[in-house]
Design a protein around this ligand. Structure first.
Ligand code: FE2
Length: 262
């Protein structure tokens, strides 16, 4: 390991690649470890916040987490809202903090020569939670429409890297570790179908504190000759699970290459 520092495993493989960090479920700082944060943020081109950065929609506690990041890095930040950033407060979050929030929207970020498109959404649940079923009128319809909106936004035309950023899981595969009965209230298989159709380079989510870190979603092979079609990488960046920021190095080419630096 000549020449490698103790941080060697976090060094980049491709200097032309974009380096994107992601984390979710800081819950007002409860799950944000300050130790090592500086190093995890180092050299990032972009930081994605995957929701539940605060608890119970507490706007100040969201700021506590942002401050911890800003003390160590001036990286551009794109965030989506989790279930702990309540819908009625989302305008206040936008007004209070000078970062890019995406709520069923997308943003194109230029990094060097490359255009990175982030499609951001809270995401959807196959079965709304008990609270949502009882308090959010038309929630089933709302989720159904959201899948269509996200599918429309997930378009490769005009960008080099395409990322879906959501709070809820976009497959059940990254939920393993959680109670199986709860899967439909933590994520969506309908989104999985969107992933296979639109094939973003990666789908990043949080919310599943006890889930699995990553999964590969692919279409089932229908016969031995059927190649099954391309696979899509899904990564759960929940802080309680990862203990820190997950760092993705994405090389742009004929086929983009996603590596995770540990
Ligand atoms: Fe959550």
């Amino acid at each position: 390991m000549g020449g490698h520092s103790s941080h060697g495993r976090m060094e980049r493989y491709d200097s032309d690649a974009v380096l994107i960090g992601a984390m979710g479920d800081a819950h007002g700082g409860r799950f944000l470890r300050l130790e090592g944060l500086q190093r995890q943020l180092e050299g990032l081109d972009l930081l994605l916040l995957a929701g539940d950065i605060t608890d119970s929609s507490n706007i100040d506690a969201f700021g506590t987490v942002l401050k911890a990041i800003r003390k160590r890095s001036s990286v551009p930040i794109v965030a989506i809202f989790g279930n702990d950033e309540y819908e009625q407060d989302r305008d206040s979050f936008r007004e209070t903090y000078d970062i890019t929030f995406l709520d069923d929207e997308r943003a194109d970020i230029n990094i060097g020569e490359h255009t990175v498109r982030i499609v951001g959404t809270t995401g959807m649940l196959d079965r709304p939670t008990w609270w949502q079923r009882n308090n959010v009128p038309g929630i089933y319809e709302k989720y159904r429409k959201r899948v269509e909106v996200v599918a429309d936004l997930l378009d490769r035309e005009g960008c080099d890297v395409l990322i879906l950023l959501s709070h809820y899981a976009t497959t059940y595969l990254t939920l393993h570790g959680e109670r199986e009965r709860a899967f439909p209230e933590m994520g969506s298989r309908a989104m999985e179908a969107v992933l296979l159709e639109k094939r973003p380079d990666i789908s990043i989510h949080a919310h599943a504190h006890n889930g699995s870190k990553y999964a590969v979603v692919s279409r089932k092979r229908r016969s031995p000759d059927d190649e099954g079609g391309p696979a899509v990488l899904v990564w759960n960046v929940s802080l309680p699970l990862n203990k820190g920021v997950t760092r993705f190095e994405i090389s742009v080419g004929e086929v983009n290459d996603v590596r995770v630096l540990h």
